[in-house]
Design a protein around this ligand. Structure first.
Ligand code: FES
Ligand SMILES: [Fe+2]
Length: 393
């Protein structure tokens, strides 16, 4: 299929799933019920389009580099396809498609530390740099074929992979822009924060029975904070908040809180050289499609989202603090614990609402969101952005 025919086919699928009414609904002004129709939150065909056109054509956060010790191997589902991230004994991190070249068996099912990746089916063995090392009996009984430097077409299929300040990203297509350019809209807004200082201290994982876009939309809008997050609204009341805005493919929102609080700037060292205002600033970014990053004076928190079904999202919260001392010193142990506990509690407040939201979207009477012009303009714009990204050549 040539390029134009493929695009036409994508456009046909979009139209078939969303329907003519659904396409009109996306373009309605915010004052009218609109946004993506229910099908986009429940259809497996629609999710397959999102996986292929969004998650497999852009940089996606895969894991934290610190999760991979030397020889560490981690299976990750990216854009609906299995991938492994591997750190070799020299420290280099790489990613590969997670299948054996012989018959396609999934090579790694559980996170592990290994010297060699040996397929359980016929024992083809690969080095951690992906090169095929040996395949016993392939040419007949007792004959072991060994490779000094791999073999083209038989080595593990590489996936483009880059590490930014302890965050491992993969680009399945291999054709996304340079990672620095992709992150640039975020980095331009955070020039006062030295991310070279961030140190990973752990993560929490959640399986949310809700569509990934509901998770994303909820992350973007501060409208629900007064109703859903009593502790958070105390730290940053509604009057310091706004709707945020899109900076190209990156959503941005922020506030300057009246003061610091536990888990939000109070209890752990800050990025060096912050102004008083930046020390009280909270910023959060959504780099489409799955790298959600929050910046406060004493932390960098990544929320990564991976859709696993139309009504299911795997979410991870990765916690980074600022500097070696913050990450390791005993006197900051409580600060680290408070930070993780605060995020965990906050996240559970959202999870229960998101699951309920997903259930409500089964109602055939729901005719589109009636969004707040004060708070939800960027979330409203997300619908068109998703369709555009799917249709983009
Ligand atoms: S499928 Fe892996 S060795 Fe046969
Ligand atoms: Fe929330």
């Amino acid at each position: 299929m040539d390029g134009i025919a493929a695009e036409t086919e994508i456009a046909r699928q979009v139209r078939a799933i969303l329907g003519e009414d659904g396409l009109v609904q996306i373009t309605r002004p915010i004052e009218e019920p609109g946004g993506l129709p229910n099908a986009a939150y429940w259809s497996a065909d629609w999710l397959a389009l999102e996986q292929a056109r969004l998650f497999r054509r852009n940089w996606v956060f895969a894991c934290a580099a610190a999760e991979l010790t030397p020889g560490g191997v981690k299976p990750i589902e990216v854009g609906g396809t299995p991938v492994i991230a591997v750190r070799d004994t020299e420290g280099t991190i790489r990613a590969f498609h997670n299948h054996c070249r012989h018959r396609g068996t999934m090579l790694v099912q559980e996170e592990c530390v290994a010297k060699t990746l040996t397929c359980p089916y016929h024992a083809w063995a690969y080095r951690l740099d992906g090169k095929l090392r040996s395949r016993p009996h392939f040419h007949g009984p007792g004959k072991v074929e060994r490779f000094d430097d791999g073999a083209p077409g038989l080595d593990l299929a590489p996936v483009r992979c880059e590490v930014w300040n302890g965050c491992v990203f993969v680009d399945i297509s291999g054709a996304a822009p340079a990672l620095d350019d992709w992150l640039a809209p975020m980095l331009r807004r955070t020039s006062a924060f030295d991310f070279a200082q961030i140190r990973w201290i752990g993560k929490r994982a959640y399986r949310i029975k809700a569509n990934w876009k509901l998770v994303l939309e909820n992350y973007m809008e501060g409208y629900h904070v007064f109703a859903a997050h009593p502790r958070l609204v105390e730290h940053a009341p509604m009057h310091v908040r706004w709707s945020g805005e899109w900076l190209e493919h990156v959503f941005y929102n922020d506030y300057v809180a009246p003061g610091l609080s536990e888990g939000r700037g109070d209890g752990l060292p800050h990025y060096p050289g912050l102004s008083d205002e930046d020390a009280r600033r909270g910023m959060w970014f959504a780099v489409m499609p799955n790298f959600l990053a929050e910046v406060y004076a004493d932390q960098f928190v990544v929320m990564s989202i991976h859709p696993t079904a139309p009504d299911e999202t795997e979410e991870e919260l990765h916690f980074f603090v600022v500097g070696d001392e913050a990450a390791e010193a005993e006197r900051y142990a409580k600060g680290r614990e408070d930070l993780i506990a605060m995020w965990h509690d906050l996240n559970l407040e959202d999870v229960q609402l998101l699951e309920r939201l997903q259930q409500g979207r089964r109602s055939i009477g729901f005719q589109g969101s009636v969004m707040s012009p004060a708070w939800e303009v960027p979330a409203h714009q997300l619908s068109a952005k998703i369709v555009e990204a799917i249709l983009a050549p």
